[in-house]
Structure formats: structure tokens, C-alpha cells
Design a protein around this ligand. Structure first.
Ligand SMILES: [Zn+2]
Length: 223
């Protein structure tokens, strides 16, 4: 298994290449390239959210707490005075950071459901929906953000698989095949829940056609 630093460095390098390529290809402006880079990097550490007490889980929940606080502040701003709002935002931050992380590690297995293409897709959809609805990004850019997270996620899964092959004596470790999989066949129930979560996101997503043209343009740049 690749360690946290390897994941971070490889995903950031991949993110830089994608952000730069997309800017050169006219997919986004230079100021829009930075969030793409950041989201590929985030996607690259996100799968290890299921590793208990990992650096990844602490960092991820710190990062997730930020949009949660922004969402909370937007929702509550009409209902509370400044003091109440600050208190509520503090509570949301602590709740996501500590309670969320605790619950998450209680209910997940490392390299289970979160190390799958299904999870990669779901995280991309959540990102696109958040970017579009919460941060009011236009369709194409919101999709670019979602695709960035999914790409980072896939980089992580591929790296985990790469590390499970012992290159020196070409031995395949037992962990081979546990990272880059379509879904977690050992827990079909949880995989189904994840699929249903994705379906429930449908009304919140940006229009689909900008995604297809983004992917077509991206594929053309690749060639
Ligand atoms: Zn991993």
C-alpha cells in the first residue's frame, strides 16, 4: 500500500498536469486551474478516509468541515444573530471534525467500499452538486470540479494496486485487487446504499450535456 506522502505527491503532480493541460486547452481560466489542482489532490487522499487513525482521515475531516461550516452559515444566517451564528459554526466544525471522523472509522473497513470506482463516481457527483448549488459555479466548471475529484480518486486506487505488486520478485501481494474495483462485492448492501445515494443526488446535479462536452474536449487534449 502506498503511504500518505506518496499519495499526496502523486495526486498533486497529476492535479498540476491536469489543471495546466485544461488551462492550455482552453477548458478553464488560469484562476480556475487552482481549484482543479486542489480537488485532484483532495481526491487522491480521499479513499484513505477509511483508514482508522490515518493522517488522511484527520486531514480529510478538517477539509470537509470547511464546506460544512460554509453551508451551515448560509442556511442559518437569517435565523440567528452574529453570536449564535458563530457558536453554531463552531459546533458544526467540531461535529464534522471529531464526531464525523469517529463515526466514519467506526463503520468503515479499510480498503472496503471506499476503495472502489463506485465511491470515486459518487464523490465526483457530490463535488459537482456542491460546486453547482452551494458555490454557484456554472455547469461546466462544476463538472470540472467533480471530474477532478474522481480523477484524483482513481489515481489513488491505481497507486494502491501498483504498490500491491512487489516489483522486485514480481510477487503479487494479497492486497492485489482490493483497491481498483467497480464496487465492494463483499458488502453488496453497502454498495447498494452508495448507489442509491448517487441516484438521490440526480436532482442536485448540473445539466449533463456540459459534462459530455467537457469529457470530449478533455479526451481530445489527451491525444
Ligand atoms: Zn488507499
Amino acid at each position: 500500500m502506498a503511504n500518505f506522502r506518496t499519495h499526496l505527491v502523486v495526486a498533486a503532480a497529476g492535479g498540476a498536469a491536469i489543471a495546466h493541460g485544461g488551462w492550455q486547452g482552453g477548458l478553464w481560466e488560469v484562476r480556475e486551474a487552482l481549484p482543479v489542482l486542489a480537488l485532484v489532490t483532495l481526491g487522491g487522499i480521499l479513499p484513505d478516509i477509511d483508514a482508522d487513525r490515518s493522517k488522511a482521515i484527520r486531514l480529510i475531516f478538517n477539509l470537509l468541515a470547511v464546506p460544512a461550516v460554509v453551508a451551515g452559515a448560509l442556511l442559518l444566517q437569517g435565523r440567528l444573530d452574529t453570536g449564535g451564528l458563530l457558536l453554531a459554526c463552531g459546533a458544526i466544525y467540531l461535529g464534522v471534525r471529531y464526531l464525523g471522523a469517529r463515526l466514519f472509522s467506526r463503520f468503515t473497513v479499510h480498503r472496503g467500499l471506499w476503495h472502489s470506482l463506485l465511491a470515486a463516481g459518487l464523490c465526483g457527483l457530490v463535488t459537482a452538486a456542491l460546486s453547482h448549488r452551494l458555490f454557484a459555479q456554472p455547469d461546466t466548471l462544476a463538472w470540472a470540479h467533480g471530474v477532478a475529484v474522481t480523477l484524483g480518486f482513481v489515481i489513488h486506487l491505481a497507486l494502491d494496486e501498483l504498490y500491491s505488486v512487489d516489483l522486485i520478485d514480481a510477487r503479487i501481494k494479497r492486497s492485489f485487487g482490493t483497491a481498483l474495483k467497480p464496487f465492494d462485492w463483499r458488502s453488496p448492501g453497502n454498495s447498494l446504499v452508495m448507489l442509491l445515494a448517487a441516484v438521490n443526488l440526480l436532482p442536485w446535479l448540473p445539466a449533463w450535456s456540459p459534462l459530455w462536452s467537457l469529457l470530449a474536449q478533455g479526451a481530445a487534449l489527451w491525444r
